[in-house]
Ligand binder design. Sequence first.
Ligand SMILES: Nc1nc2c(ncn2[C@@H]2O[C@H](COP(=O)(O)OP(=O)(O)O)[C@@H](O)[C@H]2O)c(=O)[nH]1
Ligand SMILES: [Mg+2]
Length: 300
Amino acid sequence: MHSDLLIQLQNGNKRALARAISLIENDSEGYEQLLESLNFNRNIPIIGITGPPGAGKSTLINAFTKYLINLNKKVAVIAVDPSSPFNKGSLMGDRLRMNEHFLNPNIFIRSMASRGSLGGLAPKIFEVADLLKAANFDYIIIETVGVGQSEIEIASLADTTVLVLVPEGGDEIQTIKSGIMEIADVFVLNKSDRSGADSFFKNLFSLAHNNASTEWETPIIKTVAHKYEGLEQLFEAIEKHQKANIFSNKKNLLLAEKAIMLIKNIRVKDLNFEYIFNDLKEISKNKNFNIYRYVKKYIN
Ligand SMILES: Nc1nc2c(ncn2[C@@H]2O[C@H](COP(=O)(O)OP(=O)(O)O)[C@@H](O)[C@H]2O)c(=O)[nH]1
Ligand SMILES: [Mg+2]
């Protein structure tokens, strides 16, 4: 058992936390017991920040983290790196930007690879988020690049999902992938210093607020991330959403989705892609090959 580790991480020991995360990521001995012994007596918000590449998410998180630190909050930031080679550059930029925060005892930063799950979240992100909660952070921020399924997935993990948009492409808000508008609890219109920001805002406003029946009116916060503008408004919007959230049904829905996801993960744990790939490469040459009969041997 890792009871020492648990105590250390609950006391805010960042090295213990990093070790615990690795333990979980690697399915190391005792990781299940560690998770089972966590307790959650504080209501710590998970803030998901998503949006297209280049929208300024990392810049915003960097600025917002500073803002929160000045309010004496302890902040954890998880950046979910897509394993795609195309994002290496931006990742380096993030590292440099966040560097100044690494030594601050009230900030914990970690990146996790979205291994395998195409464009999705990192495989152990739910478990890691729970570790962070146990480590007594006040704010947990998770950045995901808005590609593939990650926006949808982040909405099932985060208590408040912030969708970062930029006034690019002029009035073409309609180009936002369908299903994405709905996941936002808060819109951020970053790069509000750009021309066209006002008309983009108006369009977004009418698009976001044409559904009068919802209980939560999704606010639109204008920010200029690299100039630290709009942070207070963002903070207030998130806080307001957290309070509204407590009385909403969303928390219960999220909990059910989370349970189903964890069960699914445990059930598929022994499925090895490489093994099945090689197995199929041979078997499928057979004229009588049938994939439904093939998968049957993995069921029950
Ligand atoms: N003009 C302007 N540029 C910004 C703003 N926020 C971020 N940027 C720039 O946009 C680029 C992409 O930012 P980054 O945070 O890496 O975007 P991410 O891919 O969404 O994480 C960087 O060059 C930032 O300096 C903003 O509010 N206004
Ligand atoms: Mg980024």
